[in-house]
Write a protein that binds this ligand. Structure first.
Ligand code: FNR
Length: 188
């Protein structure tokens, strides 16, 4: 049975370090696991008027369905001003609409958080900032590993390939732990 993970990068940048980290994860993940990488591209700004008039946008519904069909979510979060980038929070906010869908999309679903930054603190603060959000969404969050990639512009080459062996080993170990957590679970 194939395990399906949706990797959500919190950055729109083509050369995003966080998207690159998820792409690297897709190459290192165990053979029986599929990791599909998505970004906030195509997700509009949340607007309650838009929702009331036109409903939840198609791009959001598609992503909700993709997540609902998955076995887990891997969030790759940048850090902006010591917290979650607005563009990423906006995506999750839309995905939580309407509130009745939260249990289907997020409830009990395994989630792990990773992140990359050119800075020295490896997105520790933005990873922490996700905790109350995930608590609200009722995910089954994995705390068995940590991956905080500091000085990340030095661990990828100009094509976005992860070339740092230490980080590659850390990522591989993290993914192995998260996949075991998914396999061990009784999530919906
Ligand atoms: C940043 N950056 C940043 N980095 C960090 O480690 N801690 C921080 O608090 C911030 N704050 C911050 C605020 C804003 C508004 C921007 C635009 C950037 C730098 C950030 O980590 C860097 O731009 C990353 O490259 C963003 O991630 P992606 O796009 O490469 O995935």
């Amino acid at each position: 049975l194939v395990i399906r993970i949706v990797g959500i990068s919190g950055s729109l940048r083509k050369r995003s370090l966080n998207t690159a980290l998820l792409r690297a994860a897709g190459k290192l993940i165990p053979a029986d696991v599929e990791l599909e990488v998505v970004t906030p591209e195509g997700i509009p700004l949340y607007d309650g008027d838009l929702e009331a008039e036109k409903g939840v946008p198609h791009a959001v519904v598609m992503l909700q369905d993709k997540i609902a069909r998955s076995d887990g979510i891997l969030l790759a979060t940048p850090e902006y001003n010591h917290s979650i980038p607005g563009v990423f929070k906006n995506t999750i906010d839309w995905l939580s609409r309407p509130p009745e869908t939260i249990s289907k999309v997020f409830g009990g679903r395994p989630v792990a958080v990773i992140g990359a930054t050119p800075g020295g603190f490896g997105t520790a603060l933005s990873q922490n900032a996700w905790l109350p959000v995930l608590k609200r969404l009722g995910t089954r969050t994995w705390f068995g590993g940590q991956l905080m990639v500091s000085r990340a512009q030095q661990v990828f080459d100009e094509t976005g390939e992860l070339t740092d062996e230490t980080v590659r080993d850390q990522l591989e170990a993290f993914l192995g732990g998260f996949v075991s957590f998914i396999q061990s679970g009784n999530h919906q």
